[in-house]
Each structure stands twice: as structure tokens, then as C-alpha cells.
Design a protein around this ligand. Structure first.
Ligand SMILES: *Cc1c(COP(=O)(O)O)cnc(C)c1O
Length: 415
């Protein structure tokens, strides 16, 4: 048996990990899909559970020796049920994209129609972008947001009546407003469609009681566990009892093999954290922080897509400031602030160099940053964007960023 430590045996990988840790410590992480897990979650991820094959489900495995694995997976399932008031939960999906593909395969036959949100209006690649595998299997049509930036329910209903989809899909990656699940469920019932919500981005806000919960209303709900929910990288499917068998079969053996039980243990730990009263405070603060950014950016004269934010993220058109989303992303990187370039609704520019940037507050809020820091950061972002060609200025902002991050240590116990 090997007894070496990572540091001794593989200094190259060890050093890269430590450099990444330092990058995370010293930068301002504002990509809205990112977050920082707790040391307890990291411990579960790095555990011996990674060694075990456990195809099947608790109590019904193909291999022997699964008694402790069963305890882990059952805890993850029970906690997720409690958080989201779900009738049935499958915690095995490896990530958000496969969870969506699996959910489609559980509900639909090839060639059937899915009505999802147009990508440039905030949808996700897996909701029908032509480059994806699922777009070759199912027929996707896209609804849009209206001039006020809300989901256009009249347009959605008209499209549902016209295309007779088998599935209506909500839940987004760049959309910043609340979703009216009951109204969408009513439209789906009218045309005989299943309902699916992909809450990958907002699961933590729902868990914290800060956003509407689709789980009691919709047929199937997919999510990632690593965004606002603040668990390890992974996926999860929740559904009504009547879809339980179809979903479980679609996960295994339909799409996946052995579940990653170390990762499922990490999910269970994160769910326990999400059930603590502190998590409700966390979710509340995420939204407060996003509102501060909205107010500040509006003051600076930016156009906020969808008219503002009800969640953790903002999609901002930066072109009125004389630069593209890509140029803004590069400038902010140089200033130690990580955001991502993003299409705005009906973007006249290309996906590789779009008009907008998308930024959010989950990761900064995990570090303990609040209103005062948000105001400061908004001012630095504005300064970096106004000086996007001035490398000396951007380096100076980066210094200030480092000063701020030192006051909010991320992993003080992980040296
Ligand atoms: C992030 C995201 C996904 C994909 O999750 P991965 O874990 O990256 O596969 C799916 N749907 C939505 C809405 C997302 O935001």
C-alpha cells in the first residue's frame, strides 16, 4: 500500500492545487454559479467512499458491502426531501447537465417537443442549444421574456397552444427574476404537458426560503448541488412519486453506472448545512447583496437586463460604456474580480464576444461580505470598466481587492 502524501509524491499537482487555493483566497469570485464549500464537505469528498461501487439504490444494490454506503445515500435523500418538500429524490446524477438529459429521457420519447426559454433570454445550453446532444433527440422551441424583462406568460401560452409540447421547462442560468410556477403549471395542464423546473442556480435561495419552491407544484425538478446550494459539484432530481420509478431507472441503468458516493456524502453534509438556521441568513444576505449591486450599477448608468434582480445575480449590458462583455471580463480579471461575459436578450453581438456580463453574490456572501463591501466592489468594477485599457490602473485595483480579501479569509484551517 502506498503511504505517501500528495505533497511528497506529486509536487506538481500539489503545487497547482495550492496555487488555485491562493487564487480563490485573493480574488473576488463573482461568477454567480460558483461558491465555496465548507471544510466538512471537502472532507467528505476526499473520503474512502470514493472506493466503493454501489450500482442501484439503498437496500437494492447489485454489489455486496454497501451497508454504510446505504446509510450515506439515504441521509442525503432524506435531507433533500426535507429541504425541498419533495416526494421523491435521486441524488446520483453526476452534474446538472446529465441530470437534465436524464430527466428528459424519463419523461419523453425521442422527437417529442420541449418548450424552454430562449438561450439569450437566460436559458441554459441543455435547454435546447443546437450544439447539445439533447437538441438532436428532442424538438426544442423557445419562449422569451417581455419588454419589462418578465417571463412573457402570454407568449408562453400562445407557443404552448401552437406547438403542443410534451414538456414545459423553466429555470435559468442568467435570468434574475422570480418565477410564477403555478401560472406555468396551469398552462401546462391546459395543453397536457409535463412540467420541469431546473433550479440549478437558485436551489440555495429556495432552500433558504428566499425564493418560490417549484418542487410541490411541478412534476420534475432538477438541480446542481454546487451553486447557491453550496455543496460539492453534482446534480439531483426531485419528482412526484408517480415519476419516481421512471426517474430512478433513467439515472441507473438508463444513463449512469456506479454512483459517486464520496460526492453523495458531500451532498448530504451540504444539505445538513442548508437545514441550519444560519443558511436562511445566508440566503437572505445573498439577495440583499445583489440588491445593493443593482442599486449601485443603476446609479452608474448601466442597463440591468430584466429590469433588476430578485435573486443572486445580475445580467448587465456594458456596451453603453464603450466596451464588450468580453473586454469587461478581461479587464475585471486583471483587477482580481472574476465575472463572466454573457449574452443579453436578443444580443446583436456574438456568443464569444457578447454585450453583457453576468455577476452574482453567492461566493462573496459565503466569505461574509455584506452591504459595505458590495458598495466598494461595485465602485471598483465601475472604475475597472471605465479604465479597461489601463493595465496600471487595473493592477492598482487588484491590490485593493487583495487588501479586502485578506479581511475575509476563506479556508483559514486549510494551510
Ligand atoms: C449550471 C446549470 C446547469 C448545468 O450544470 P453542470 O453541473 O455544469 O452540468 C444546468 N442548468 C442550469 C439552469 C444551470 O445553470
Amino acid at each position: 500500500m502506498y503511504t505517501h502524501s500528495l505533497k511528497k509524491f506529486d509536487p506538481e499537482i500539489y503545487t497547482s492545487i495550492k496555487k488555485e487555493q491562493q487564487r480563490e483566497e485573493e480574488g473576488l469570485e463573482m461568477i454567480p454559479s460558483e461558491n465555496f464549500v465548507s471544510p466538512a464537505v471537502l472532507e467528505a469528498l476526499g473520503s474512502v467512499l470514493t472506493n466503493k461501487y454501489s450500482e442501484g439504490y439503498p437496500g437494492k444494490r447489485y454489489y455486496g458491502g454497501c451497508e454504510f454506503i446505504d446509510e450515506v445515500e439515504q441521509l442525503a435523500i432524506d435531507r433533500a426531501k426535507q429541504i425541498f418538500k419533495a416526494e421523491h429524490v435521486n441524488v446520483q446524477p453526476l452534474s446538472g447537465a446529465p441530470a437534465n438529459l436524464i430527466a428528459y429521457s424519463a419523461l419523453l420519447k425521442p422527437g417529442e417537443t420541449i418548450l424552454g426559454m430562449d438561450l439569450s433570454h437566460g436559458g441554459h445550453l441543455t435547454h435546447g442549444h443546437p450544439v447539445t446532444f439533447s437538441a438532436g433527440i428532442y424538438h426544442f422551441v423557445g419562449y422569451k421574456t417581455n419588454a419589462e424583462g418578465k417571463i412573457d406568460l402570454d407568449n408562453l401560452r400562445a407557443m404552448a397552444l401552437e406547438h403542443k409540447p410534451k414538456l414545459i421547462l423553466v429555470g435559468y442560468s442568467a435570468y434574475s427574476r422570480e418565477i410564477e410556477y403555478e401560472k406555468i403549471k396551469k398552462i401546462a395542464d391546459e395543453v397536457g404537458a409535463f412540467t420541469m423546473a431546473d433550479i440549478a442556480h437558485i436551489a440555495g435561495l429556495i432552500a433558504g426560503g428566499e425564493m418560490n419552491n417549484p418542487v410541490p407544484i411541478f412534476d420534475v425538478v432538477t438541480t446542481t448541488t454546487h451553486k447557491t446550494l453550496r455543496g460539492p459539484r453534482g446534480g439531483m432530481i426531485m419528482c412526484k412519486e408517480k415519476f419516481a420509478k421512471a426517474v430512478d431507472k433513467a439515472v441507473f441503468p438508463g444513463m449512469q453506472g456506479g454512483p459517486h458516493e464520496n460526492n453523495i456524502a458531500g451532498k448530504a453534509v451540504a444539505f445538513k448545512e442548508a437545514l441550519e438556521p444560519e443558511f436562511r441568513e445566508y440566503a437572505k444576505q445573498i439577495k440583499k447583496n445583489a440588491k445593493i449591486l443593482e442599486t449601485e450599477f443603476k446609479k452608474f448608468g448601466y442597463k440591468i437586463c430584466f429590469g433588476g434582480t430578485d435573486n443572486h445575480l445580475l445580467l448587465i449590458d456594458v456596451t453603453p460604456k464603450g466596451l464588450s462583455g468580453k473586454e469587461a471580463q478581461i479587464a475585471l480579471d486583471k483587477a482580481g474580480i472574476t465575472v463572466n461575459k454573457n449574452m443579453i436578450p436578443d444580443d446583436p453581438r456574438s456568443p464569444m464576444d457578447p454585450s453583457g456580463i453576468r455577476l452574482g453574490t453567492p461566493a462573496l456572501t459565503t466569505r461574509g461580505m455584506k452591504e459595505t463591501e458590495m458598495k466598494q466592489i461595485a465602485a471598483w468594477i465601475e472604475e475597472a470598466i471605465l479604465n479597461f485599457k489601463d493595465d496600471a490602473k487595473l493592477a492598482e485595483i487588484k491590490n485593493r481587492v487583495r487588501g479586502l480579501t485578506k479581511k475575509f479569509p476563506l479556508y483559514p484551517t486549510l494551510k
